[in-house]
Design a binder for this molecule. Structure first.
Ligand code: MRU
Length: 368
């Protein structure tokens, strides 16, 4: 997507052909800065400390991490060690494991001398595939938005609520939940997006609002607790979120607070859709609440907040009473029964085992 008129992906091979560049997402929304990853350790650090985040981008960064490891030492031992280190960085988004399994399976069969080149090619291919998937999700999701738009008065926007950042910053380009929004906007369908701020890390306020603004999409940032109220008053036509891991049965794990939006949507008959690239499906799981590992992050993300002062400095301040313990579960699971549909690259599916298996039979076979 464009940043101040220049086209960017969120991750790309640097001009030297042996290092990788990323956009540092810890600096948003006030600073746009790119940084260079030279080693596998740099890639692991970028994922762990959320310089890159979002399930598809975590997977792509891990794939480049393996390539950077192969650059220094292409032995079997180092391949396995790199995959293990990268896998430990964040537990919930299954795209990490998906990308690492793919890299390990591909590279282990090759002679060490050709592993570096093959690993960079694989990472590049994962990035290209991510973009193609998101564009297909965009086309299918746009049909849902267009159908709602046809029921409105001319010029009246479709109000879409989204949570966290499942935008282009969470992927290589386009985003998952945002792809239908960008395509609708570009195609002349009036849209307006309610952006949940998404405490504690504020991915909505810091990232989604920034990227929608860059693209000229009308939007309003709201506190996380406003969604239910807006739905009760007919101000939300559709909810579209992303996902970090979806079970074979259609349970959806996404940023903490997604479940509450799904409950409110159900109570108000607002359709609740999840944009789901197929690498985010974990075919080995059937019960999201019991089986998906939920990342517990540091308490300082809850007890502190960072922002820009009126004099332009970036400062972090405490917002919790001294001595009060804090908890910080980073994701929750929305059961399939609350999901109206899954917007995948192969069409909009019901959130159940049969619909998912029918759409991705080769993935079911591979996981058996
Ligand atoms: O903790 P984060 O910022 O990595 O969480 C990201 C999300 O929850 C996204 O909604 C999800 O990864 C889908 S991204 C297309």
């Amino acid at each position: 997507m464009n940043v101040d008129g220049k086209k960017y992906r969120t991750i790309w091979l640097a001009e030297d052909g042996g290092s990788v560049e990323i956009i540092d997402q810890t600096r948003f929304p006030h600073t746009f800065e790119t940084i260079r990853l030279h080693t596998m350790e740099d890639a692991a650090h970028a994922i762990r400390f959320m310089q890159v985040r979002g399930a598809p981008l975590i997977g792509a960064t891990a794939a480049y991490g393996v390539a950077l490891a192969m650059r220094t030492d292409a032995s079997d031992d180092n391949l396995h060690a790199a995959c293990s280190s990268l896998l430990e960085t964040r537990p919930t988004a299954v795209n990490l494991q998906w990308a690492l399994d793919k890299a390990r399976r591909t590279l282990v069969r090759l002679a060490p001398e050709i592993r570096e080149e093959a690993a960079f090619k694989l990472a590049n291919d994962i990035c290209d595939e991510d973009i193609a998937i998101n564009m297909a999700i965009g086309m299918h999701g746009m049909e849902l938005i267009a159908a709602i738009s046809r029921l409105k008065r001319a010029g009246e926007p479709v109000n879409i609520l989204t949570h966290c950042n499942a935008g282009w910053l969470a992927t290589v380009d386009w985003g998952t939940a945002t792809a239908p929004i960008y395509m609708s906007h570009d195609g002349g369908i009036p849209v307006h997006v309610w952006v949940d701020e998404t405490r504690p890390r504020n991915q909505g306020a810091f990232l989604t609002a920034w990227e929608l603004g860059q693209h000229g999409v009308p939007h309003t940032v709201i506190v996380d607790n406003a969604g239910g109220h807006l739905m009760q008053h007919g101000e939300v036509d559709i909810v579209i979120t992303g996902t970090d891991r979806t079970t074979a049965t259609g349970d959806v794990c996404n940023k903490i607070g997604t479940y509450l939006k799904a409950l409110a949507a159900k109570d108000n008959s607002v359709p609740f859709y999840v944009a789901l690239p197929s690498p985010t499906i974990d075919f080995s799981l059937s019960d999201g609440i019991r089986q998906i590992p939920i990342e517990e992050r540091g308490g300082e993300e809850v007890s502190r907040i960072t922002g820009r002062t009126s004099t332009g400095e970036i400062e972090t301040v405490d917002i919790v009473a001294d001595g009060s313990p804090v908890g910080n579960p980073a994701f929750d699971v929305t059961p399939a029964r609350l999901v109206t549909g899954l917007i995948t690259e192969r069409g909009v599916l019901e959130a159940n085992r049969k619909a998912i298996a029918d759409a991705f039979p080769e993935r079911v076979r591979a996981s058996a």
